[in-house]
Design a protein around this ligand. Structure first.
Ligand code: XLS
Ligand code: NI
Ligand code: NI
Length: 441
């Protein structure tokens, strides 16, 4: 297949950094890829990634209306030729935006055939194009994944289906998806349990389904090792949608699941802001839970709408949100295999191709600002020092002894009987700290 000479975004040239004073909507105001902060460039810190499913395949439909997206290159079919054209579109977009990574589901990039064998062939032929485009542009694959939720065969779930044939089909699909991710030198592979959950417990054997999911992930780990794929495996928690309850409901549930099925050493978490919101948590909560377990791998950068109860997958623009995220990411020492993957889509009303650029530029700038602010807060040191002092009673005396496992209940009783009462506690100073953050925002 030849590279098409055609340009798909003719009105847009390579997006440049123009600084905070620029009024050019097609320029970065804060994301300056080569600017060094804390010993790394912004590009290395943030490791931005564009999602194929939203940006290239999203038609902007909702449950009340058909797609509104104007995509002049689409011919209305799901042919292989169209799939190749989309790959060219994707890489023109990635290149013009200056995104170092992208992510995809197997079925985003290539159409299903009449059976699994034809479907695999379709995938292979598009993987060739992706490989060629990766080589041409230097853009890398952040992670690959398998779409186990769109096709009707997955109505009851994939690994957790009541039908063993569905488990087998999903296993075959994941095998192939891991192989093509490996082929494309992907830095990771994501398992998002699209329909791994239930709509009613009346027809569900919860224990059996969870056991099957554990088995499924073990098979994937075995295959990964067998083919020598070194990328990181991730689980992406989400509490609901499409099912009423998904087994990977939040970071804590995923960690418990991974521990119970002896998978913790082989997986990290890919956390998404809108999923945290649906779980009734903040993104920062989810990040800190994962980090505490040494299991934060990557993030799906987006935001929800607090007035809408579903996964609206909006582009992140809130500087407080990105500041909190980057405080956690810098606190854990930065991304290793993971990155900031825009699992986000433009609104149904934003249907022109150029809106895809505005959306990503805004998200990248919001994260760049969050990064700069978080780095400044860390450099200033007052926040960390406050937290350190807050726990200082654990650094010496009775606190240090408890932490070292040197006290039993009898010893603690003796200590307190002698002391009589606790030394008064100090204030949590939430408002003071919120003001401190605002000094930097
Ligand atoms: C859906 C998920 C999905 C995963 C990849 O809500 O966020 O897009 O990131 O399967
Ligand atoms: Ni996601
Ligand atoms: Ni999502």
């Amino acid at each position: 297949m030849k590279r098409q000479a055609k340009e798909f975004f003719p009105g847009v040239s390579k997006i440049q950094y123009e600084g905070p004073k620029s009024k050019n909507p097609l320029a970065f105001k804060h994301y300056n890829p080569d600017e060094v902060l804390d010993g790394k460039t912004m590009k290395e810190h943030l490791r931005f990634s564009v999602t194929y499913w939203h940006t290239i395949r999203g038609q902007l439909s909702d449950m009340f209306g058909v797609g509104t997206a104007i995509r002049p290159w689409e011919d209305g079919t799901n042919s292989l030729t169209m799939a190749e054209t989309r790959a060219r579109v994707a890489f023109e977009f990635l290149e013009k935006l200056g995104s170092p990574f992208y992510a995809f589901h197997d079925r985003d990039v290539a159409p299903e055939g009449k059976d699994l064998s034809e479907t695999n062939k379709n995938l292979d032929s598009i993987v060739k194009v992706l490989k060629e485009e990766q080589k041409r542009t230097g853009v890398r694959l952040l992670w690959g994944t398998a779409c186990l939720f769109v096709h009707p065969r997955f109505a009851h779930g994939a690994a957790t289906s009541c039908n063993a044939d569905v488990f087998a089909y999903a296993a075959a699909q994941v095998k192939k998806a891991i192989e093509v991710t490996h082929e494309l030198n992907g830095a990771g592979y994501v398992f998002w349990g699209g329909r791994e959950g239930y709509s009613t417990l009346l027809n569900t054997n919860l224990k059996r389904e969870m056991d099957h999911l554990g088995r499924f992930l073990h098979l994937a780990v075995d295959h990964k090792k067998a083919i020598g794929f070194k990328g990181q495996f991730y689980i992406e928690p989400k509490p609901k949608e499409p099912t009423k309850h998904q087994y990977d409901s939040d970071a804590a549930a995923c960690l418990n699941f991974l521990r119970e099925y002896d998978l913790l050493k082989d997986f990290k978490l890919n956390l998404e802001t809108n999923h945290a919101t649906l779980a009734g948590h903040t993104m920062q909560h989810e990040l800190e839970v994962a980090i505490a377990a040494g299991a934060l791998g990557s993030i799906d950068a987006n935001t929800g709408d607090l007035l809408l109860g579903w996964d609206t997958d909006q582009f992140p623009t809130n500087i407080y949100l990105t500041t909190e995220i980057m405080l956690s990411i810098l606190g854990m020492g930065g991304f290793k295999t993971g990155g900031t993957n825009f699992d986000a889509k433009v609104r149904r009303e934003s249907f022109e191709p150029v809106d895809l650029f505005y959306a990503h530029i805004g998200g990248m700038d919001a994260f760049a600002r969050g990064l700069k602010i978080a780095a400044a807060i860390r450099k200033d040191g007052r926040l960390a020092e406050f937290v350190r002092k807050r726990y200082s009673s654990w650094d010496t005396g009775i606190g240090a002894k408890i932490e070292a496992g040197q006290c039993d209940l009898k010893a603690l009783e003796a200590y307190m009987l002698k002391k009589g009462d606790i030394t008064p506690n100090t204030s949590g100073r939430q408002e003071f700290l919120e003001n401190l953050i605002n000094e930097f925002v």
